[in-house]
Structure formats: C-alpha cells, structure tokens
Design a protein around this ligand. Structure first.
Ligand code: AMP
Ligand code: MG
Length: 358
C-alpha cells in the first residue's frame, strides 16, 4: 500500500486510461492524491474539497473491501467460496447477488459477449494465476460447456453454480468499485475529483478552473508509453472505461494472446479492435448503492471489444443503453460516436485516422 500526499505533486495530472501527463493548476483548493495498488491495478485518487483526505481514504478502504469480497484468487473471498462449492448453493450476500444479476443482464443484452462464467477458460489460458499457456482446442471445447448464464442460479441472497462452472468478475469489478467511490464522493460533498482505476476513470465535476477534465485514451500500439494517446476526452461528470488487448497479454510461438476471451470460441477475442472506450454520464441521482453507470461501462467495454466494430456500433445505435464510444482498430483508425465527438480531441502525429459515426 502506498499513499502519497498531494504536496508532493507540483502539477495536475491529466488522467490517462493507463497513462498520464502533466499540466498546471491553480493551487487554491484543498486537494489530496493517493495511489493505491489493488485489484491488480495501480489506482490514483485525486480528490478536492474540505473532505478530500477523508474521501480518498474511504475510497481506498472501499476498493480493498471489494477486492477481498470479489477476488478470484483469494481463497477467503465469497467468489472463491462459490467457485469451489461444487454446485452447492451458498449465501453470497445481497451485494454480490446484485452484481451477479447486473452481470447477467449484460450477458443477455450482449448475446453472451460479456459472460462472467468465462472464468474456467480465462484460467486455462493462465491469466488467473499468471502462468500463461495455450490450451488445446479439446480442453477449450470441454470448458465452454460450462460457460453460459444458465449455469448460475440466484435465489434471494444465495447463489449456486453448475459443478465445474466458475465465475470471474474481473470484467466488471473495477467499474462497480468506481460506482461505489462515486457514492463516497457524493456523500462527502466532494466538488471535483478524478478517480483512476487503471483503464476505468471517473471524472467528477470539473477542473478548478471550470474546464473539463482531460482523460487520455492510451495508444494501444504504444502501451508502455504513458504519454502516447490515441485521443483525448474532455469530460465533466462522466465515466470512461477502456478495454484493450494490450492491457494484459502473453506471447507464445510468435503469437500474442490477450486476456479478453470470446465466449463463442474460447480464444482471445480477435475482432479487429485494439481498444474500446465506453463513455457515459455520471448521473448523481443514479449514485444510490447499486451497480450503476460505472458497472455498465465496464461490462460494455469488455463486451464490445469482443463484438468488434460493426456489432459494437449496431449495439450503440440500438439505444438500449445511454453511452458513447471510442473504438481503436487494428488498421489504425479511431472511430468516435457522434454523442462524444465534441468532447474528443484527436492526437496529432499519432498516425491514426479519425472518423465520427452516427
Ligand atoms: P476488462 O479489462 O474490463 O475488459 O476485463 C477483462 C477481464 O474480464 C479479464 O481479465 C477476465 O478476468 C475477464 N473476462 C475476459 N473475457 C471476458 C468476457 N468475455 N466476459 C466477461 N469477463 C471476461
Ligand atoms: Mg470491463
């Protein structure tokens, strides 16, 4: 655990979806910055106002609570207990049930592109225990019979899985954590903040000078360069969540295998996209203790990465959920949906071509 006082930082971060750069700010407002390492992610909470310190540390406590509740590897977690229950029903509590219900909604809405029962397949590729390998087609075919929402039964606060089925909330947990942090910011009357959970960013309020927060979209072609952006979003009261194959991957036999699995094939999604950023307004009325907009953005960014450009845009056009998109493609295009076009800034000399779609 690391906590850094704001005084150590001389300039304001431009929050990056996996990267950051620097700019100046007026120093006349109380501000606290802490760095937290949780959920396998470096998180940075930058919070303003009288209760900024209190809100940051409450947020840290909250992500640690959620990590121990939802972890796939900590044997004490409710999720590990459910995964090893051998088909028996166990009491997972109201909160986990609510999250599993939300996950199921997104599974149905995305026709299975987002599916938390993908867990055994993610594990077979070695992403859970960080011992990567390429599973055989036979192994994948057998594991895929355990994947699907029909293998989960929810009743009250209890859940049961088909024997062999396991769940992995890694595609939704940080989004849910950002919803809970939004609740903390609201309860503590925080006027402005940026909450960065790796690829999940909450831009709360606006900057001290009244302009929107600047949220960089990491260039997937240059993932280790924190200053390489495929574009910049100018956001006020919004979530921006990015999924990308570049965020976690391994190489074997000259091929690259990443961590977002297409439940239709059992293989890492190969949809022609290198990243998907889902952007949606953070409506204060919806910050009410339930899985909300941050959770939605997280589930959808994973799902739309699996779906690919055409299906992702069809899904956006369907209007079922209220969000906008920035898609980065393998053939070096950046596709921006028109609802966010005015808030999107192209990265000059990035080599990308830019398109706005409606
Ligand atoms: P994200 O970074 O939010 O896109 O989530 C990726 C993580 O979600 C992976 O590391 C896995 O733990 C899990 N995951 C992988 N593929 C899927 C999928 N198709 N649906 C749901 N979760 C997935
Ligand atoms: Mg996700």
């Amino acid at each position: 655990m690391k906590r850094f006082a704001a005084a150590l930082l001389a300039a304001l971060m431009t929050v990056g979806l996996c990267g950051c750069s620097w700019q100046t700010e007026s120093p006349d407002e109380a501000r606290e910055v802490i760095q937290v390492i949780a959920m396998d992610t470096v998180m940075i909470f930058t919070t303003y106002g009288e209760k900024s310190t209190h809100a940051d540390y409450l947020s840290e406590d909250e992500v640690r609570r959620l990590e121990s509740l939802l972890s796939r590897t900590d044997g004490e977690s409710v999720i590990c207990q459910l995964n090893s229950a051998g088909g028996l029903g166990i009491d997972v509590g109201e909160e986990v049930c609510g999250l599993m219900e939300a996950a199921e909604e997104y599974t149905l809405a995305t026709e299975g592109a987002f599916d938390i029962t993908i867990a055994p397949v993610v594990a077979a590729w070695g992403f859970t225990e960080k011992e990567n390998r390429v599973p055989s087609q036979k192994e994948l075919d057998e594991l895929l019979t355990l994947v699907g929402p029909e293998h989960i039964t929810l009743a009250g606060d209890a859940a049961a899985l088909t024997p062999g089925t396991q769940i992995d909330l890694g595609g939704i947990a940080k989004g849910y954590a950002s919803d809970r942090i939004a609740e903390i910011l609201k309860e503590n009357s925080i006027p402005r903040a940026t909450i960065s959970l790796g690829g999940n960013v909450l831009a709360w309020g606006d900057r001290p000078d009244g302009t929107p927060w600047r949220v960089g979209i990491q260039d997937p072609q240059d993932p280790n360069n924190a200053n390489a952006f495929a574009g910049m979003l100018h956001l006020t009261d919004a979530f921006a969540v990015t999924s990308g194959g570049y965020q976690r991957f391994f190489e074997a036999d000259g091929k690259t295998y990443h961590h977002i699995i297409d439940p239709a094939t059992g293989y890492p999604a190969d949809s022609g996209l290198t990243s998907v950023t889902v952007v949606a307004d953070c409506d204060l009325d919806e910050v009410d203790g339930t899985p909300s907009v941050g959770t939605m953005c997280d589930a959808l960014s994973t799902a739309l990465f699996v779906m690919g450009e055409e299906k992702a845009l069809d899904f956006w056009r369907s209007g079922k959920y209220d969000f906008d998109l920035v898609l980065v493609t393998e053939d070096s295009r950046v596709v921006v949906t028109d609802g966010i076009a005015d808030e999107f800034e192209e990265s000059k000399e990035s080599g990308y071509s830019y398109e706005v779609v409606s």
